[in-house]
Design a protein around this ligand. Structure first.
Ligand code: SOE
Length: 377
């Protein structure tokens, strides 16, 4: 482990998430100067030439193609996994066992079984001072942290209802090509794992409660798509719906889809309590609508003041943040935990809790929407 030198970071995976995480590691110390120093040591991906190019563009010292050799290196202390879901468990477990701190992009795994195994290894690693975290980046949206704080302060009274919808449209076109995201063996599930994982995490995060039972359904609207080898069956869902009941007696309705024509990356969350309510929309990431006087309705609050969560690390008041900032703040939080030895959040236990809810939605769907209880640890 790093002694008297910056923490060496390896990002495994160079596609969309590898790029987002690379940007975070590149910027983290510029905006969060108090976190432990890091060195962008190595970017790992399959194609040697492409990875060399991307490593140079994204600020990595080196490129590599074999994650196994990378996790054994003495100059790598943090392994950040940005791979398709079916590879999360194998790489995370090997890296933790090699003594590396591990950040895993959401969802933690493709199944409850994998997530449980990852948690066992993470807990054993924790005993040796090796930390792990799952990358639910929306926990670093300033407005959502403020929302969580408002709920926790009791200003909304008893939370009764939550409405969360995560809508995208990149599969609305039936001619959109087949990718790993539409195959069960690589992605585990479709909109469910990819989008509902965020939605369920937000319900747990905002309310500070567990999901205890689920009734849900899933749908695959386009059942065959063309891939490199011709027409293939789509083996995951395009969309999912669920009613979630929480440990505190709240009920959340959830809708996620990749087929919502015209919606690019629309995450909307509404929370209704006995005395107040709040509403968030990712397309207006710097705002939170708050109702604490029911007669007056909702007031739009800018979340761009230096004393608001995460905002002070960035620009002067009013200079808005975007989606990419959440990844940098996430990297900062992980580094802070590594520096202090405190438990990072969200943990693999949080990742497993989300995975259990996703599995319950699938199970419920397969049983015509029957209520399914969710195991809570
Ligand atoms: C899917 O399109 C996706 O990129 C998710 O994988 C991310 O987690 C989400 O933040 C944006 O949408």
């Amino acid at each position: 482990m790093a002694e008297g030198r910056p923490l060496g970071v390896a990002v495994v995976g160079s596609a969309f998430m590898g790029k987002a995480h690379s940007n975070a590691w590149r910027n983290v110390r510029a905006f969060y100067p108090d976190v432990p120093d890091v060195r962008q040591q190595v970017l790992v991906a399959r194609d040697a030439e492409a990875t060399r190019d991307l490593a140079a563009r994204y600020g990595w010292a080196e490129a590599a193609t074999d994650w196994r050799t990378v996790i054994d290196r003495d100059d790598v202390d943090v392994v950040d996994i940005c791979l398709p879901g079916h590879l999360h468990a194998e790489v995370a477990i090997a890296a933790l066992e090699a003594g590396k701190h591990v950040l895993v992009e959401k969802p933690l795994a493709n199944s409850v079984d994998e997530a449980e195994k990852m948690l066992v290894v993470a807990q054993a690693a924790r005993e040796r001072g090796v930390l792990s975290m799952v990358g639910f980046n929306y926990r670093r949206v300033p407005a959502l942290v403020l929302a969580r704080d408002l709920v926790a302060s009791g200003r909304l009274g008893d939370v009764r209802q939550v409405k969360v919808a995560y809508l995208q449209d990149w599969l609305a076109d039936a001619d959109a090509p087949m990718t790993w995201r539409m195959r069960k063996e690589t992605a585990g599930s479709g909109a469910l794992g990819d989008l509902a994982s965020h939605a369920v995490d937000q319900v747990r995060f905002l309310l500070g409660q567990d999901v205890v039972s689920v009734s849900g359904s899933t749908e695959t609207f386009v059942r065959r798509r063309t891939g490199a080898d011709g027409l293939e069956d789509v083996t995951v869902d395009d969309a999912a719906w669920a009613t979630l009941r929480t440990s505190g007696g709240a009920v959340a309705s959830l809708e996620v889809t990749r087929m919502a024509t015209g919606r690019k990356n629309s995450l909307s969350i509404e929370v209704y309590g006995s005395e107040g309510a709040l509403a968030f929309d990712l397309e207006a990431l710097n705002e939170l609508s708050v109702c604490t006087d029911p007669a007056a309705g909702f007031t739009r609050r800018l979340v761009t003041e230096a004393d608001q969560p995460y905002v002070g690390a960035w620009w002067p008041p009013g200079h808005i943040l975007g989606w990419d900032h959440t990844f940098t703040s996430q990297a900062a939080d992980f580094l802070t935990a590594i520096g202090s030895g405190d438990e990072p959040s969200p943990s693999f236990a949080d990742g497993l809790a989300v995975q259990r809810v996703l599995a319950a939605v699938e199970e419920s769907g397969a049983r015509s929407g029957e209520l399914v209880d969710v195991e809570v640890s």
